[in-house]
Design a binder for this molecule. Structure first.
Ligand code: FES
Ligand code: FES
Length: 136
């Protein structure tokens, strides 16, 4: 299958690969898997006190489209509020990368990973406010 140029660029030069300490203040971690192919994506956001995502990192064990999707969304979420990040749709990712139909689920993985990271961030901030620690 021929990959589009933007996919190849994000695949060959992925942005924001790496990870944060998941226990660090403001960090939200999302790990999602695609049952169809077994690919796994970990996406992390670092949120400041104003609720703005200052930084994002990812590690993806998966296909080129999944790597490109996660690389792209880590760029997109930077500077956005968590609410704005939640509004990112896999269809926008798929369109930006011109993913073919069989690769749409790779972009779904990226949307799900952001949502999971925001949920984790919110759950962590709630427990921090309440004054008890997150259950391990
Ligand atoms: Fe399954 Fe891309 S994430 S083939
Ligand atoms: Fe969660 Fe005790 S409250 S383990």
């Amino acid at each position: 299958m021929a990959y589009n140029e933007k996919v190849i660029d994000h695949y060959e030069n992925p942005r924001n690969v790496g990870s944060f300490d998941k226990d660090e203040k403001g960090v939200g971690t999302g790990v999602v898997g695609a049952p169809a192919c077994g690919d796994v994506m970990k996406l992390q956001i670092k949120v400041n006190d104003q609720g703005v995502i200052e930084d994002a990192k990812f590690k993806t064990y998966g296909c080129g489209s999944a790597i490109a999707s996660s690389s792209l969304v880590t760029e997109w979420v930077k500077g956005k509020t968590v609410e704005e990040a939640l509004a990112i749709k896999n269809t926008e990712i798929a369109e930006a990368l011109a993913l073919p139909p069989v690769k749409i689920h790779c972009s779904v993985l990226a949307e799900d990973a952001i949502k999971a990271a925001v949920n984790d961030y919110r759950a962590k901030s709630r427990t921090a406010e309440a004054g008890y620690d997150v259950c391990k």
